[in-house]
Ligand binder design. Structure first.
Ligand code: ADP
Ligand code: ZN
Length: 214
């Protein structure tokens, strides 16, 4: 089963994707993570997109479609979770083509609904473990007092360069201008399922499971 997790920055896509990976053995394809990895390893592409990402703007469709193509051509899985992709109508069309080239289908689009105020609060409180990628939040899931990750024990916590109020404004604007039309696009295709992203992590998880197991 292949699904898209759709929603604005901070909606909790990454948190929920991790559950699906751990519990269902799915493979998460996060273009944000791929782009950050390209930056860390200093590839030409990574250097090219760094400033765009930090400003909160979208990188070009060609680049992210290329990243997804590479994964779909090389990785086999009993289910992909697309996280942070597609983000534009052109990317959505490209994903449809790529999946059918591989003989795969898109089975559900799960839209995580949250309000803007919650997003700003979540994102400015967010940090990630440098060892394993576990996400912490000053309010809802603080870093343990001993400053060791509960998942991997590392004590290297990072805040993302684009998790500041200025970049966040741009990210939200990019979302509403370029990504939110995908809600209508997938609704028209009969693939759209909304879940309330403002609930507790466990209840969001249950709502997603209900969609997937229907
Ligand atoms: P968010 O927390 O905003 O959902 P991501 O980790 O998915 O963040 O993405 C971080 C940044 O990487 C985006 O703001 C954008 O610059 C770039 N990016 C990620 N995925 C895409 C995509 N599909 N199309 C264009 N840019 C992307
Ligand atoms: Zn960790």
């Amino acid at each position: 089963m292949n699904i898209i997790l759709l929603g604005p920055p901070g909606a909790g896509k990454g948190t929920q994707a991790r559950f699906l990976v751990d519990e269902r053995g799915m493979v998460q394809l996060s273009t944000g993570d791929m782009l950050r990895a390209a930056r860390t390893s200093g590839t030409e592409m990574g250097n090219k997109v760094a400033a765009v990402m930090d400003a909160g703007e979208l990188v070009t469709d060609d680049i992210v479609i290329g990243l997804i193509r590479e994964q779909l051509e090389t990785v086999t899985s009993n289910g992909f979770i697309f996280d942070g992709f597609p983000r534009t109508l052109a990317q959505a069309d490209a994903l449809g083509d790529l999946l059918s080239e591989q003989g795969e289908t898109l089975d559900a689009v799960i839209a995580m609904e949250v309000d803007d105020e919650a997003l700003v609060a979540r994102i400015t409180a967010r940090s990630t473990c440098g060892g394993c990628g576990e996400v912490y939040n000053d309010q809802t899931k603080p870093i343990p007092a001993d400053e060791k990750c509960t998942n991997c024990g590392a004590s290297d916590f990072k805040r993302r360069a684009d998790d500041n109020e200025e970049s966040l404004k741009t990210r939200l604007m990019e979302y509403y201008k370029k990504t939110s039309p995908l809600l209508g696009y997938y609704y028209a295709k009969g693939q759209m399922h909304g879940v309330n992203g403002l609930g507790e992590i466990e209840s969001v998880k249950a709502d997603i499971a209900a969609v997937m197991d229907a």
